[in-house]
Ligand binder design. Structure first.
Ligand code: ADP
Ligand code: MG
Length: 322
């Protein structure tokens, strides 16, 4: 497996009126070529900030204060904005929840998708042909007739297809999709996810798919990293993690969707709320919600327990009999 992206100890801070919050804390994971990694967690757990840190697209009040983001061995955190512009949109694509943020309402679809080819110095006709090809790849019907249309003339699902076209046109090695279907209705969601999965496999891309939907993880992803309050608490291949979740938080999440795997014990839903990122508990961040928490859990953040070669969990009680 080719390791495309290796995130090591990524830590990101955001300045707010209430204080500085630690949105991403000591996050490490790898994304392999030809595989899709799900980044899963409740709203506010730091998934988007993780993606934006990787892309060098943090809001102005944000700063990555530690760690490395190695893309094909080069640390993206050490690159300047000009260098990052060469990488974004060429080697790394990013698709967001609302396709309108990627599309400019004032320009035609042909114009915007065509921009992906500007580095190649194509003639107008060649550019048009390439646009039509890539729009066809993402399933836009009669693409040759849609080049002169504007974003508002497309449905939400079709706009997301255009955004995908713009992001895969340059054949990136890595695609980051941050809740790409949350704004769409259910049947369209599935179509878009199937499309992303198909393209990911065809192009052999590595993909990070951010979602809070565990069905999506089980259907469309190879690996999973579970995030809680800015940290990853458990990670590994989807089939193994879903079959035998190790962290109490993962167990709780999976128990809330028992149809995924009947062997998962039914536990009460994860009760309570995540801690404020402005005031993190000293020990395990999940301890206040965890039935298994001990004094050690409340005092000290759990060290990683690696097991099964490709699996890890951050829990002092992992592996104990319940
Ligand atoms: P997720 O994508 O998992 O829902 P985010 O990464 O967007 O979560 O947010 C992580 C934390 O950062 C949350 O506590 C959120 O309130 C905070 N946050 C998000 N965007 C900003 C911002 N622009 N400024 C300050 N805090 C932010
Ligand atoms: Mg988000």
């Amino acid at each position: 497996m080719t390791e495309l992206l290796k995130v090591e100890h990524l830590t990101t801070w955001l300045a707010t009126r209430e204080g500085v919050l630690n949105a991403v804390d000591d996050v490490s994971f790898s994304v392999h070529a030809g595989r899709t990694m799900a980044l899963v967690g409740e709203s506010g757990s730091g998934k988007s900030m993780t993606c934006l840190s990787i892309m060098g697209l943090l809001p102005e009040n944000g700063k990555s204060g530690g760690g490395r983001v190695l893309f094909e061995g080069e640390d993206l955190l050490a690159k300047n904005e000009h260098e990052m512009q060469q990488i974004r949109g060429v080697n790394i694509g990013m698709i967001l929840q609302d396709p309108m943020t990627a599309l400019n309402p004032l320009f035609t679809i042909g114009n915007q998708v065509g921009e992906a080819f500007y580095r190649e110095r194509l003639s107008r006709a060649e550019r048009q042909t390439r646009c039509i090809e890539v729009l066809r790849e993402v399933g836009i019907p009669a693409p040759e007739e849609r080049l002169s249309a504007y974003p508002h003339q497309f449905s939400g699902g079709m706009r997301q297809r255009v955004a995908i076209a713009m992001n895969i046109a340059s054949r990136p090695k890595l695609l980051i999709a941050d809740e790409p279907t949350t704004a769409l209705d259910v049947t369209v969601q599935l179509q878009i996810l199937e499309l992303l999965r198909k393209i990911q496999r065809q192009l052999g891309m590595g993909m990070i798919l951010v979602t809070h939907d565990l069905h999506v993880v089980s259907q469309f992803c190879d690996d999973v990293a579970i995030m809680y309050a800015g940290r990853i608490v458990e990670a590994g291949p989807v089939d193994k993690v879903f079959k035998a979740p190790s962290h109490p938080y993962t167990k709780g999440l999976l128990a809330a969707v028992p149809t995924i795997d009947a062997t998962v014990h039914r536990l009460p839903l994860v009760k309570g709320n995540p801690p404020s990122m402005l005031q993190m508990p000293d020990g395990c961040r999940f301890a206040p919600r965890c039935d298994m928490a001990t004094d050690q859990c409340r005092a000290e953040y759990p060290a990683w327990l690696h097991f099964d070669e490709d699996r890890r969990v951050a829990c002092w009680r992992a592996g104990e009999e319940e």
